[in-house]
Structure formats: structure tokens, C-alpha cells
Design a binder for this molecule. Structure first.
Ligand SMILES: *[C@@H]1O[C@H](CO)[C@@H](O)[C@H](O)[C@H]1NC(C)=O
Ligand SMILES: *[C@@H]1O[C@H](CO)[C@@H](O)[C@H](O)[C@H]1NC(C)=O
Ligand SMILES: *[C@@H]1O[C@H](CO)[C@@H](O)[C@H](O)[C@H]1NC(C)=O
Length: 590
């Protein structure tokens, strides 16, 4: 407890207590890695443009990955994916609360004994974490068990995680400390600076994650009636609370009015199609909510500068990779949705990733990357031997040479999946006339960004489908999936949608339950000869008969709150056998 307080005041944080800390730079062969992980930060509503210090210290010195995606657009599952390198269908941490998610489910799945910080420690790194780790990591269960693998840590704990003015932190073996009345991100910044100092002093390369709650909504503790279903009724997620010094900023900022902002015609699938148009009153509330998000990001912006300046002062900035990202994206008023995430739209899945560090070129990258790729990226930077088994991603190209190599060979798809419900935030919740407070958003989907196409394909647990061609429809307003009543006369790469769909179905069948290598190279399951690596290659006419004979597509028996295999329909992938003659084509089940 004492140590936490000392750190909170930004005083000498030497863990050895010798007080003889020198700031002599230590030259490590291997780089340090600093991850700044915000919560619910959007890319599509321009939040990053309101962070001048992030621009000055990170964006202007590094690469902005414009096609970076989270695979599951909600906090805890997405964070478990980050720190285990596995898709949610392989962690089975699919929700924020037990029984399907949260910290207890992470522990029950065995990951507290098998995750990134432990792998980095075996690679000789000192490891540090401060801020929000997972949901349902609380002032009650913080020590049963304690998260493993951190040399030093200072976690934000539920139920106070999202209280901007009443945070509880828990440092190393010490019990939680309440910071009632203090500003969460500022306390976090001091803790981050302390841990950074420990890392610099540790004499080893270090890995540090700093995870503020901003710009997540503010959530005061809510009474629970025992089951997570009931808790949703009581949970109130309101606009985030900025620090006093930032409350006056951006008085005119509003949610950008792009094509999908509160559109004339409802779109999407399932309940999204039934949303009523937002009223002027709701739009005004949502704009205020948006402005509050920009304001709370200012304290994060200052934290970024603090981290970079301290690295510079210690002479170690040039040997440190800084990753700036978030757990998932966010929407406000797009598609008539009130503030929230948990959907498959670009606003929720396409998120900021910015990296600066040795050899990282300055500019923007269009390579397709996902949160599953970050653990492999860190392991590669650390030269780690352990931890690679069964990871669902591949290292992100960071250096100029890597970009050249990856241009041709890197995957073009991201596996997008979601279980459970959408829970709108703010005071207005759903604009549905039946007053529902949550609706199932369970989907299996693919985002594909090729040289000549940009597609989103999803199957909902209601067996509704969506297909958007984002090249012509970036707002995802026109579902081009044919239905019995509509047969849109559209083509992709000049080929009718009816011929593209079986290819997408076959691919989705692989990615929805892929593991390790097959997540990175899913076409290799369907085309074991290795001659198909992209949708464009799969479009070859010689495969037409094969794909038109494919009958088993992704479908669901019913919507569930978790990953219940029996409700998820067919699981078998199809395989194309070369050499059976170009005309005929076998369709064999695995
Ligand atoms: C603030 O946190 C403390 C404990 O950490 C708790 O007892 C108190 O009820 C909280 N206050 C509010 C307003 O939620
Ligand atoms: C796809 O784009 C590449 C260049 O980006 C071009 O060479 C190729 O012909 C295109 N293919 C199709 C089918 O349009
Ligand atoms: C995922 O976890 C839930 C809850 O424990 C369990 O019911 C389900 O069977 C698990 N799913 C798989 C595919 O293991």
C-alpha cells in the first residue's frame, strides 16, 4: 500500500530501495517494448487527430497501420486475444463477465500459466503492467490468483475500473488502494513513469504496458442480482469524465457526419435493421458524449509525451519500440446506433495501431494486421523461443525490408467474431420500440482487404448475412448479399456475387475454427496444393465447379451467450484436390 502511494506521488520508485538510482543508459542488444493501450478508442471518428502529442512523439516518427483490426470488438475478449495471441474461439473467453468471460474465465482456461508476460520473462525480459487488465478482475479476486508473469504491476480493479474519479489500483502483492477524488489517467501516468524507471534500472530489456481506461464511458458500480443478465439492467455507462484542465476543450467538436451517420434508411442485419432514426435530442447528447471522449484523451496524450520524454532522458528511446493501440473501436450515431461497440462495422473493428522504434519507417502502411499479430510481433522483437505454439497471428512487418517481403505474401483477411450481446451506452440505449436493453450480436465474419477489393462478410446467429463492398460503399450501407426478394446485380472483380459467395463461405468455414497456421493461411486448408493464397486466386474459373458444389456453409442453430459448439452448425471444411482434372472437382469433407 505504501509503495503505491509513493509511486502515486511520482517519487523515487527504485524497487530495490537503495536510492542510488543512476540514469546511466544501459545498452541492450534487444529492444525495450512499450505498449500504450487505450480502451474503446475509435479510428473512424478521428479521435487520433485530437492528440497532438501522440502525433509529435509517435506518429511523426513511425508507421500508422491503417488496416489494423481487432478480431472481437469488446474489451475482455480482445485483451485476452492480445496477451495470448489467440482468437477468441481458441481462448473461449468471449464475454466480459463469467461464465463466458472476464478474468475468472481467463484463469479457468489456464492462460494465467501460459501467456505473453511469462513467455517474455523466459526470454529474459523484465515485464511491467499498469492499468486495466481484464474485466471482472476485482478488489475481491485480485489475489486468487494474482495475474502471473509481471516483474512489477499496478492494476486498475473492478468495480472501480471505469470510475474516472474513484479508481482502485493494486500494486504487486499489496492490497488495493482507493484513489477517490483523484483523476484516474493522471494517477496511471505516475505509475507508468515509476514502472518505466524500474524497467530502465532493471538491467534487462523490458516490456511495459500502460492501459488507461480512456476514452471508455464512465461506469459507477452497479448492484448485481447474481446473474450477468440482470446486471445489464442496472449498469449505467455515461459520458467519460475529463480532467478539470481539459473540460473546456473542443467546444464545437461533433461526430463527423459521414455517409452512415444516422442514415435515412436503416441497414445492417437483425436488430440493427429495426433501429429508429435518432432524434435531434439524442444526436445532441451523442455529440456531447463524443466531445467528452476527445477531452479524456488529452490526459492520455500527456501521458504519451511523459513516457517518450522519460525514455529520451534515460538515453533509451532509440532502442525502444512504442506501440499505441486500443482494445476495440467505437461507434456513435453511425447506423442509427447509440454510443457503443460490439458490432462488425468498420467503426468497431478497424482501430488505431501506430508503432515507432528502431528501423520503423515514417508513414502509413496498408498491410492487413490484427490483434492476434501483436503477441507474435513482441515475441519476435524479444527473440523469444517460447510462446509461439499455436498462436493465431504472424509478426507485423516493422522495418522497410519486412514491408517489401510481406507485400506479396501477407494475409489479406482478418477473422472477426463476436458472441453475446450488444449493450448500448449512454442514456438513450437502443432506439428500438420494444425497449430492449441488449440484443444478440453473435456473428462470424471476415474482413478482406486485397489489392483490388475490400469486403466485409458476416453470418449472424440468426442466419442473416451481410456482404459489403467497401470500395464502393465505405459506410457499409448497402448489403449486397442476395436474398429471395433482392438479387443485387453486382460484381466483385468483375465476377457476379453469386460466384464469390461460395468462396467466402468456404473461407469463413475455415477461419471460424482455425488454429495457429490455418488462421494465417486458411486457403491452404481448402487448397492444400498451396496455389491459392488470396480470394483473387480462389476466383480462378477452374475452381467454379468445385465451389458451386460446396453445400456446407457457416450457419447457426440458435443464438447463444457464449461459444457453444452444438449451436454453431456445420464445422467441416471442404478440400479441393488438384489433379482430378480441371473440370471435375472433388468436394470432400475433412
Ligand atoms: C469509491 O471507491 C471506494 C472503495 O474503493 C468505495 O468504497 C466507494 O463507495 C466509491 N465511491 C463511489 C462514489 O462509487
Ligand atoms: C488487381 O490489381 C493489380 C494491381 O494493383 C492489377 O495488376 C491486377 O490486374 C488487378 N486484378 C484485377 C482482376 O483487377
Ligand atoms: C466455452 O466455455 C463455456 C462456458 O464454460 C462452455 O459452456 C463451452 O462449452 C465452451 N466452448 C467450447 C467450444 O469449449
Amino acid at each position: 500500500m505504501k509503495l503505491s502511494l509513493i509511486l502515486a506521488c511520482g517519487l523515487v520508485p527504485t524497487i530495490n530501495g537503495l536510492g542510488q538510482h543512476s540514469l546511466v543508459p544501459t545498452q541492450h542488444e534487444r529492444p525495450n517494448i512499450v505498449v500504450i493501450l487505450t480502451d474503446d478508442q475509435d479510428l473512424h471518428m478521428d479521435s487520433v487527430d485530437y492528440m497532438p502529442l501522440l502525433k509529435k512523439h509517435v506518429i511523426d516518427h513511425g508507421t500508422f497501420y491503417k488496416h489494423h483490426f481487432c478480431s472481437t470488438a469488446i474489451c475482455c475478449p480482445s485483451r485476452v486475444t492480445l496477451w495470448t495471441g489467440r482468437n477468441a474461439h481458441n481462448t473461449n473467453v468471449t464475454d466480459v463477465f463469467p461464465p463466458y468471460g472476464g478474468y475468472p474465465k481467463f484463469v479457468a482456461q489456464g492462460f494465467n500459466k501460459n501467456w505473453l508476460p511469462l513467455w517474455l520473462q523466459s526470454a529474459g525480459y523484465s515485464t511491467y503492467y499498469t492499468g486495466k487488465l481484464f474485466n471482472a478482475h476485482t478488489i475481491e479476486n485480485w489475489n486468487s490468483p494474482h495475474p502471473s508473469g509481471w516483474t512489477s504491476s499496478d492494476f486498475l480493479l473492478d468495480p472501480h475500473t471505469y470510475q474516472y474519479l474513484n479508481a482502485s489500483f493494486q500494486r504487486n502483492q499489496y492490497p488495493p488502494v482507493s484513489y477517490q477524488g483523484q483523476y484516474s489517467t493522471d494517477i496511471l501516468a505516475e505509475k507508468a513513469f515509476g514502472l518505466l524507471h524500474e524497467g530502465i534500472e532493471s538491467g534487462k530489456p523490458f516490456f511495459l504496458t500502460v492501459a488507461p481506461v480512456a476514452p471508455h464511458s464512465n461506469v459507477d458500480p452497479f448492484p448485481t442480482t447474481g446473474t450477468p443478465g440482470d446486471a445489464l439492467k442496472d449498469i449505467r455507462m455515461t459520458a467519460p469524465i475529463p480532467a478539470e484542465r481539459h473540460k473546456h476543450l473542443f467546444p464545437d467538436a461533433k461526430v463527423p457526419r459521414r455517409s452512415n451517420f444516422n442514415p435515412e434508411k436503416p441497414g445492417g442485419a437483425s436488430w440493427i435493421k429495426r433501429l429508429a432514426k435518432l432524434t435531434d435530442e439524442v444526436i445532441e447528447y451523442n455529440d456531447d458524449f463524443y466531445r467528452a471522449r476527445l477531452q479524456v484523451l488529452q490526459a492520455v496524450d500527456e501521458l504519451v509525451e511523459g513516457v517518450v520524454l522519460r525514455l529520451e532522458q534515460a538515453g533509451t528511446l532509440e532502442n525502444t519500440y512504442i506501440f499505441y493501440t486500443t482494445d476495440n473501436g467505437y461507434h456513435i450515431s453511425q447506423h442509427r446506433l447509440n454510443p457503443g461497440k460490439e458490432c462488425g462495422f468498420e467503426e468497431d473493428i478497424n482501430i488505431p495501431l501506430i508503432v515507432r522504434g528502431p528501423g520503423v519507417p515514417i508513414g502509413e502502411s496498408k498491410v492487413v494486421t490484427a490483434h492476434t499479430d501483436l503477441a507474435p510481433t513482441f515475441l519476435q522483437l524479444a527473440g523469444a523461443k517460447w510462446g509461439w505454439d499455436g498462436l493465431d497471428g504472424s509478426p507485423i512487418p516493422l522495418k522497410k525490408e519486412d514491408f517489401e517481403d510481406e507485400k506479396k505474401s501477407r494475409q489479406e483477411h482478418v477473422n472477426i467474431e463476436f458472441w453475446g450481446r450488444s449493450i448500448p451506452e449512454g442514456e438513450h440505449r437502443f432506439s428500438l420500440d420494444d425497449g430492449k436493453i441488449s440484443m444478440s450480436s453473435q456473428t462470424q465474419a471476415l474482413r478482406i482487404v486485397g489489392a483490388n477489393y475490400s469486403l466485409y462478410y458476416s453470418v449472424w446467429c440468426t442466419n442473416e448475412h451481410e456482404l459489403y463492398d467497401l470500395t464502393s460503399d465505405p459506410g457499409q450501407l448497402h448489403n449486397i448479399y442476395p436474398t429471395s426478394s433482392t438479387q443485387p446485380d453486382v460484381t466483385i472483380l468483375g465476377i457476379p456475387v453469386s460466384k464469390v459467395l461460395p468462396r467466402l463461405d468456404a473461407l469463413l468455414m475455415v477461419t471460424k475454427s482455425c488454429k495457429g497456421h490455418t488462421c494465417v493461411h486458411p486457403w491452404s486448408v481448402i487448397h492444400p496444393a498451396g496455389n491459392v493464397q488470396t480470394l483473387e486466386e480462389a476466383m480462378n474459373r477452374r475452381f467454379d465447379n468445385f465451389y458451386s458444389s460446396v453445400s456446407a456453409a457457416v450457419s447457426f442453430e440458435k443464438c447463444e451467450l457464449g461459444y457453444i459448439l452444438e449451436s454453431e452448425g456445420p464445422q467441416e471444411s471442404v478440400v479441393f484436390h488438384e489433379g482430378a482434372g480441371d473440370d471435375w472437382l472433388g468436394n470432400e469433407e475433412l
